[in-house]
Design a protein around this ligand. Sequence first.
Ligand SMILES: Nc1ncnc2c1ncn2[C@@H]1O[C@H](COP(=O)(O)OP(=O)(O)OP(=O)(O)O)[C@@H](O)[C@H]1O
Length: 260
Amino acid sequence: MGPEMGGAAEAAVARVEAREVWKSYNGRPVLAGVSVEARGSEIVGIVGPNGSGKTTLLRIIAGLERPDKGRVVVRGRALLVFQENLLLPWKRLRDNIALGLRYRGAPRRVVEERIAWAARLLGIEEHLDKYPGEVSGGTARKAAVARMLVLDPDILLLDEPLAGLDVESRRSLLEAVDAIAHRHGKTVVIVDHILDEVAYYADRVYVLTQPPARVEAEVELRDAPRAERLAIVYEALSRVYRERGRLALPERVERDALPG
Ligand SMILES: Nc1ncnc2c1ncn2[C@@H]1O[C@H](COP(=O)(O)OP(=O)(O)OP(=O)(O)O)[C@@H](O)[C@H]1O
């Protein structure tokens, strides 16, 4: 790729791009040339089956691992919310969310303001004085997101944020993510295996293949009505499968099927 052109406004837009990323563990390929991109105020969903390298891809984007091959560009500050939440059980949610800010020496007033803002956005104000063991999985997940959000990242990487949550928790978490991206201007990358809800909220979805992962389909959804987005992704996938099926047909049938 050539040098980035773009003016000053363009230069300020957060961006994350993985291009043809390859990764193997013990000689076994997990990612086999995966390219994804997210920029500006948008939600990008990366959906794939279990073991398809979604976590590995996020860890590479976050700089926690190196790809064997390929290029990763991150413009802006990216923070990863781990699938396991990693809340400290002996600290109240409020203090868990404050951890990074206090570590950075943020003034008390700033810490309190940011916690109040993030808690309101995620709808967990009433739980701030509880311990992680006293709240639902959905509230704990939201607290884990809040803990990163208060650090004001440009890019938020969410590793399977919907895993283990009930329908209402998934909906309310994704509503908050929607506000984080579209009202507060963050770039959000969600990896998950639940296509339905991710498609409903995402501006673009990448569907990964079974491992070793490649991008099976990349589907733009930004301008599509939400209620139609899942169908649009399924249509795109059907096209891919049909195409593959067609290519797999014997040569004779293949020729017969050609127009003219
Ligand atoms: N550090 C590592 N060392 C060896 N193998 C690893 C390592 N990290 C991941 N793997 C393997 O790579 C594969 C992909 O793992 P990864 O966690 O990235 O997939 P995933 O799509 O996030 O899966 P899941 O949906 O189950 O969380 C798995 O088979 C996993 O065992």
